[in-house]
Design a protein around this ligand. Sequence first.
Ligand SMILES: [Zn+2]
Length: 104
Amino acid sequence: MEVIIGDTDATKVSKRWKSHYFNDGVWRNTAFGSSEDTYKNLLACNDLRHEIDAAIGNKSWTHLLCDGCNEYVDRAVSISDGDNSTYLCENCLKTALAMIRGKT
Ligand SMILES: [Zn+2]
C-alpha cells in the first residue's frame, strides 16, 4: 500500500498531456476539442489544481478516482496486487475500518 497524491505540477501535467495526445508530429483531438489548444492553456497554468482542471475541463489529470465512492479526491491509498491497483480515499478507508471493527 502507498499514498498517491494527485498532480498539482502544471509542467508535469502538460508533459503528460503532450505525451498522450501528440504522436508522430500530430495532435490527436480529444472528444471535446483541440488537444493542442488545451496544451497551450496548460502551459499558462500555475501549479494549482483548479487552474489545471479548468484548462482540461475535468479533474481526471490532477485527482485520483476513489474506487470506493467513485469521487475524485486529492489523495488516496493505492492497494495493488502487482497488476491492478485499487484507490481508496480517506472517507472510504474510515468506513472500511468501522466495518471491520463491526461498528456499522
Ligand atoms: Zn472514497
